[in-house]
Design a protein around this ligand. Structure first.
Ligand code: ZN
Length: 202
């Protein structure tokens, strides 16, 4: 599976001049919701992810996603794994289960995102699950931005990665784009474009 090609075909992999949430600039950006626009394509991705998870031998009862970004990927992964799907939502300083969703003591949960950047939201979701007695057995994501180490990758985790080292991260591929401090950005130096802020609000 050529993940880059799939993201490109879905117009989920953007080329341009972007201002990232970290304040850095980049020439590429993953608008990861775009790759989930077509459910049948989304299912191909989560089927591949589910296969990796099954091959690892990890047992899973439930997939839990941090809302909003992770919900579709989490739901499709739960379908691929034939397990339950729930999601947590933001609250002050963390995440919480709402809407009558429950977690049993010892329930084995995978935290699923559409994309893992530093893993901050996934970690908050994991803490909410553990606080309710659930066991986080893995993290899963369609794409990994390359800060965290995924199972099977030769890229090591960077200091920015928030995910615990003792829980595996399954992702289909790494998208480790170059990032530049604004003063060292070659696109800024070239001068014909200004960095624009992509993301969930545009
Ligand atoms: Zn720039």
């Amino acid at each position: 599976m050529n993940l880059e090609e799939i993201y490109q075909e879905a117009h989920a992999l953007l080329d341009g001049h972007f201002l990232l949430a970290s304040g850095n600039h980049s020439a590429r950006y993953l608008q990861s919701a775009k790759v989930l626009e077509y459910p049948k394509k989304a299912a191909l991705l989560t089927d591949a992810l589910a296969k990796m998870i099954r091959q690892s031998g990890i047992e899973v009862d439930t997939v839990c996603a941090p809302a909003l970004g992770g919900v579709l990927a989490g739901y499709e992964l739960a379908r691929s794994l034939d397990v339950r799907s729930i999601f947590v939502e933001k609250k002050e300083g963390g995440m919480e289960l709402r809407r009558g969703f429950k977690i049993q003591k010892g329930e084995k949960v995978i935290v699923c995102e559409d994309i893992i950047t530093t893993g901050g939201s996934a970690l908050k979701a994991a803490k909410a699950i553990e606080a309710l007695g659930g066991e986080v057995v893995a993290f899963a994501s369609l794409a990994n931005r390359g800060f965290c180490k995924r199972v099977g990758s030769s890229h090591d985790a960077k200091p920015e990665c928030a995910l615990p080292e003792n829980i595996p991260l399954f992702a289909l591929d790494d998208f480790a784009f170059e990032m530049y401090a604004p003063e060292a950005c070659p696109l800024c130096q070239e001068g014909s474009t200004k960095a624009i802020k992509p993301g969930s609000k545009s």
